[in-house]
Design a protein around this ligand. Structure first.
Ligand SMILES: [Zn+2]
Length: 385
């Protein structure tokens, strides 16, 4: 079955403006497993746009050869509202201009609405129950409010993804090594994705909090039991969701996009969305020594004051607690008193930089992934805005 491309109309923000979302679909509707991929939910993060650009012809060829076993839904750009958010030539992209905040936070918890619709216990046949719950989940998603343009966009993206087996949300950091975030229930799939993509850093969490796009459809299944649906705890974790951080904002190139697309394709084969034969369309996975870390053991080192950053250790460096990772320069201070050392509290791998070198107090300077729990990192509040 060939690709079907939908053009989903979005509400016009002003008279004379026509906005839409493009969605590519592969495989028979309803076939399993279903994978959903999107890029640039944070509209200022573009490596995912390049990856999905290179994935499209691979999926087209796989579809033409009858290699799509399940269903693949691709939103090649997830946030056309944010892409238009420019100030002085810079796409800000992360926060909605309508006051609704970070676009990758506060995705809806549909468990209460689904529980109300189920109105009774599940059957005890896990496969049939998952199928039934997914049907009700689609109804609940279709009932989400769409009063504003951003609410409408959130509703559409939820409808596309809520019932998927695999939700891959492609983002990037400021400057970074590639890494990914996933719930601990998805550890095996997260490692598989990292291996296929050549990503060495996997961050796992029980409850990140904040309602990130990829966590909502994962947490839904756990929440179902919490809101009192009898038998829901037996369903396990039918959805794997992940935020894939494709390095830094400037890491946009054909070479990187093609490599990322190949990795995504290999993952889709590995989890049975595509037939094994599709693997021949790309080369083998690069060698990657995948390391898993707990998200609550990531030291997010923030700027203690305003200033200019001079990094002291390269991305990927192995650092120890107490090491100086950066120097903050205050151009207003007396010479000799104008350099402040900034240290990490963690022993581990330094994997992100801030892409800006002039920072304000509280701006994140680096992240260090380690293994020792850090007292200031709290479950349920692990994502910075
Ligand atoms: Zn992002």
């Amino acid at each position: 079955m060939a690709r079907r491309t939908e053009r989903i109309a979005l509400n016009a923000p002003t008279p004379g403006v026509d906005r839409h979302l493009t969605v590519h679909r592969y495989g028979a509707p309803g076939a399993r497993p279903k994978a959903y991929l999107q890029a640039a939910l944070h509209a200022d993060e573009w490596p995912g746009l390049m990856a999905l650009h290179h994935l499209a012809p691979l999926l087209d060829a796989a579809a033409a050869a009858g290699e799509v076993v399940g269903e693949v839904v691709v939103a090649p750009y997830a946030n056309p509202l944010g892409m238009d958010h420019r100030i002085g030539g810079v796409v800000s992209g992360r926060y909605a201009y309508d006051g609704s905040g970070n676009t990758n936070r506060n995705w809806p918890d549909l468990a209460p609405a689904v529980a109300a619709r189920l109105n009774g216990p599940l059957s005890g046949d896990a496969a049939a129950d998952v199928e039934r719950v997914r049907g009700v989940l689609r109804e609940a998603a279709a009932d989400l409010p769409e009063r504003t343009p951003m609410m409408q966009l959130r509703k559409i993206l939820t409808q596309l993804s809520a019932d998927a087996d695999h939700v891959l949300d492609l983002h990037c950091d400021g400057e970074a090594e590639a890494h990914l975030y996933a719930n601990i229930t998805g550890e095996e799939r997260a490692r598989a994705l990292a291996e296929e993509m050549g990503i060495e850093i996997v961050m796992l969490e029980e409850e990140a909090g904040g309602g990130a796009f990829d966590t909502a459809p994962v947490q839904f299944w756990r929440r179902l039991a919490e809101v009192g649906v009898e038998g829901a705890e037996a369903l396990g974790a039918p959805c794997f969701g992940t935020t894939v951080e494709l390095r830094g904002k400037a890491d946009v190139s054909d070479d990187l996009g093609a490599a990322d697309a190949a990795g995504l394709l290999r993952y889709l084969v590995r989890v049975g969305v595509l037939a094994e034969a599709a693997r021949d369309r790309v080369g083998p996975a690069p060698d990657a020594a995948v390391e898993t870390y707990r998200l609550d053991a990531v030291d997010t080192v923030n700027a203690p004051a305003a200033g200019l950053i001079a990094y002291q250790r390269p991305l990927g460096a192995r650092v120890s607690a107490g090491d100086v990772v950066a120097v903050l320069i205050d151009p207003a201070a007396e010479p000799g008193q104008d350099r402040t050392e900034v240290r990490t509290q963690q022993t581990g791998r330094l994997f992100t930089y801030n892409e800006h070198r002039l920072v304000q107090p509280g701006d994140r300077i680096v992240k260090v992934a380690g293994t020792e729990p850090l007292s200031y990192r709290k479950l349920g509040a692990l994502l910075e805005d």
